[in-house]
Design a binder for this molecule. Structure first.
Ligand SMILES: Cc1cc2nc3c(=O)[nH]c(=O)nc-3n(C[C@H](O)[C@H](O)[C@H](O)COP(=O)(O)O)c2cc1C
Ligand code: SF4
Ligand code: SF4
Length: 262
């Protein structure tokens, strides 16, 4: 059983590919939270995986919420792995995840990470097509290698993207995530066509189309940027943050190999 969460499809693609190769079911954490289906039985499974993006050198709010509320049965010898997708570095997200799993007496057997396109467009521009393809190709090779490690039941921390001083980045920068999660930073331009894609994609049902425009109903969200990247009109922007970081003219992206649907 593989639990996944994904904003632009990077982690969905990784989770889907791994699940196919391991012949194990794929479970969307967002859908389970939406439908309040939080009981899982992985006792028939050899593997149990958690695949999600890194947010602020740590675990996304939605994933934290999911793990805190899940009821998961598994065997003592189940091989439990985590795969993070990231744009640059993961910090000590592995330790944060292990701490969350401790409450369920679950120990991670292995941790991996895959570099992908960084979708945090207030800071980073989506690269040109050639560069995007290069990153995706490399990620496919990395995912292949992760699958081999899992099939061999290799134990250990194989995350090579922790960055320098992972403990400090997570300790000092993860707390700023709460500030960025304020939905007041989102704005919509007049080119919105009221297609409702942003409303449908939101994993937390935060968006509602009112008078033909999206409205963010809650003060905070998980900041997955699915709404911003899926908008066909590029009508959604986020910023300015700290007076100058803005997503305008930074490009939009969805992983072209991710399965269709949300
Ligand atoms: C709110 C937010 C925060 C992010 N923080 C980090 C980070 O701390 N380190 C990093 O390497 N990438 C970071 N990223 C980039 C994502 O981890 C990366 O693009 C990931 O592959 C997105 O996967 P997804 O499409 O499955 O959501 C961040 C992205 C978002 C939206
Ligand atoms: S996805 Fe874009 S165009 Fe469609 S309703 Fe949302 S903001 Fe408007
Ligand atoms: S409002 Fe947008 S960024 Fe926030 S959780 Fe929903 S889809 Fe993700």
């Amino acid at each position: 059983m593989i639990f996944y969460f994904s904003g632009s499809g990077n982690s969905h693609y990784a989770a889907y590919t791994i699940a196919e190769k391991l012949n194990t079911p794929l479970v969307s954490m967002a859908e389970c939270l939406k439908t309040n289906s939080m009981n899982f039985d992985a006792r028939q499974d050899k593997y149990c995986g958690f695949v999600f993006p890194i947010h602020f050198w740590g675990v996304p709010y939605l994933v934290t919420n999911f793990i805190k509320n899940m009821q998961l049965k598994m065997n003592e010898d189940t091989y439990v792995f985590a795969v993070f997708t990231c744009g640059g570095s993961t910090g000590s997200a592995d330790k944060m995840l292990q701490k969350l799993l401790n409450k369920h007496n679950i120990n991670l057997s292995s941790v991996f990470s895959v570099k992908q396109i960084d979708i945090f467009v207030p800071f980073f521009k989506i690269p040109e097509k050639d560069k995007r393809e290069e990153v995706i190709l490399k990620s496919q090779v990395d995912i292949e290698s992760i699958v081999n490690h899992i099939i061999n039941l290799d134990k250990g921390n194989f995350d090579e993207n922790k960055g320098s001083l992972p403990f400090f980045t997570t300790t000092f920068l993860y707390p700023t995530y709460s500030y960025y999660r304020n939905t007041s930073k989102f704005r919509v331009s007049d080119i919105c066509t009221a297609c409702k894609k942003c409303e449908k994609v939101c994993p937390l049902n935060v968006i509602e189309i009112i008078d033909n425009k999206p409205v963010w109903k809650l003060k905070k969200c998980t900041l997955c940027f699915a709404c911003l990247h899926i908008c066909p009109a590029q009508a959604i922007n986020y910023g300015k943050v700290l007076f100058f970081f803005d997503s305008k003219n930074k490009g939009r992206y969805r992983n072209p190999y991710a399965p269709k649907g949300y």
